[in-house]
Design a protein around this ligand. Structure first.
Ligand SMILES: O=C(O)/C=C/C(=O)CC(=O)CC(=O)O
Ligand SMILES: [Ca+2]
Ligand SMILES: [Mg+2]
Length: 401
């Protein structure tokens, strides 16, 4: 039991301990770990010799710590639990706790390469029907490999960063026009953060997932559907998605999700050998999507067809190297029901059905000034809950020429 007031019984108790980077009192960014409604200053803790990680915790990003690997991640976590639970450490550690409402949370790691998958069967078939009516809702490759694309790492931003409505080209009955996107959307996703790199020419097998992946964030893959629909064939998403991707500030370590693994959906037809993960497990993460404070959806991550281990194995099967800070996203998380979808494209069925918000206004796609909050929880040990925090973004008006 932790001695930190209010942390016991919270979704951010010592069973969670997500890592982030924060600024407070005018100081430069420092690494911290969340406990209850406090941030434990790990820069200060390592400076004081309370936790030792070869100065990896004394950096402005998590990257050096991410590169240390599973054995050291576990050593540091065990030590932090000890510091927060043993009464003897209280006097030394208490001054390093900063109230959460006094900090600004920044991007927790420098993003290496960013990949986005397309692993929800419900999302893929909904989008197929909306974008390609009359065609096959799932393309023939979909059950054989986790479809994905490389996104733009440099535009991955911290939660809370304003999302400027993109300008771009869309098609109309009178031909293409240039202007602000009129169909701005979200995609509720889960991002996996790579810690340990792999060499060019190497492959990371399905069994090596936990040796390379440190933890998870929530991710909003903002998408301009009008730009996307016009530009995407035959090479896939480009400017309709590269303008901004937001991630949650707290990287939840895999250790905190040990009780959240559940059998993933059976795969038929059987996958090729390099994709066969035994056991075949997904994560029971329960997402929420709030549009200007109205809960519009609760996407269930447990139903994702492709698992994170399969995605990583596929991502590297051609010999592509991994770097510390690489981020790969699950793809939009949509369940079978309309109140479980991870995009407004699906929620409004291509803009055909309006959504009623609590203030009495209606929407199809995002209006300027709208705020979207994606949150999630997972089952923790002994009936506890693990909080994954939130990824938030508010739409700022386009900046026309
Ligand atoms: O099917 C398409 O043409 C497009 C699909 C997407 O927009 C989805 C994408 O970004 C991947 C995902 O989030 O699932
Ligand atoms: Ca996406
Ligand atoms: Mg994006």
């Amino acid at each position: 039991m932790t001695w930190v007031a209010e942390a016991a019984g919270s979704a951010y108790g010592v069973h969670n301990l997500p890592y982030g980077v924060f600024r407070s009192a005018g100081r430069s960014p420092r690494i911290g770990v969340r406990v209850g409604d406090f941030v434990l200053d790990l820069d200060g803790a390592e400076a004081a010799g309370l936790v030792l990680a070869g100065d990896a915790l004394r950096q402005p990003t998590l990257n050096a710590f991410l590169a240390l690997g599973r054995a050291q991640w576990t050593t540091v976590r065990t030590r932090i639990v000890e510091l927060l639970t043993a009464e003897e450490h209280r006097a030394a550690v208490q001054p390093l706790l900063v109230p959460l409402d006094q900090v600004e949370l920044v991007l927790p790691f420098e993003v290496g390469d960013y990949v986005d998958f397309y692993s929800s069967e419900h999302h893929a078939s909904n989008v197929g029907q909306i974008f390609r009516p009359g065609g096959q809702s799932l393309l023939p490759n979909w059950r054989h490999l986790p479809v994905g694309y490389h996104g733009r790492a440099g535009t991955v931003v911290a939660s809370g960063t304003p999302v400027v409505r993109p300008m771009g080209q869309r098609n109309t009955p009178d031909g293409p026009v240039y202007g602000p996107s009129t169909r701005l959307d979200i995609e509720a996703e889960v991002g996996f953060v790579v810690g340990v790199p792999s060499p060019l020419g190497g492959r990371v097998g399905v069994d090596d997932f936990a040796a390379h992946v440190f933890g998870v964030v929530l991710l909003n893959d903002w998408s301009a559907r009008d730009i996307q629909a016009w530009e995407y064939q035959p090479l896939g998403p480009f400017l309709g998605k590269s303008f901004c991707t937001s991630i949650s500030p707290w990287v939840v370590p895999l250790e905190a999700l040990a009780d959240a693994w559940v059998p993933a959906p059976a795969q038929e037809p059987a996958v090729l050998d390099y994709l066969r993960d035994v056991p075949h497990l997904g994560l029971d993460l329960r997402l929420t999507v709030d549009w200007n404070g109205t809960r519009v959806s609760e996407p269930p991550f447990a139903g994702m067809y492709w698992t994170p281990a399969q995605q990583l194995a596929h991502l590297t099967v051609n010999g592509a190297a991994l770097r510390t800070g690489d981020l790969y996203a699950s793809g939009t998380v949509s369940g079978p029901r309309r109140d479980q979808v991870g995009s407004f494209l699906e929620l409004t069925w291509g803009g055909a059905e309006k959504v009623l918000l609590a203030d009495g206004s209606t929407r199809t796609f995002l209006a300027d000034g709208d705020t979207v909050t994606i949150g999630a929880t997972a089952p923790g040990p002994d009936g506890t809950t693990v909080g994954l925090g939130e990824v938030v973004g508010t739409i700022a008006p386009a900046r026309p020429d």
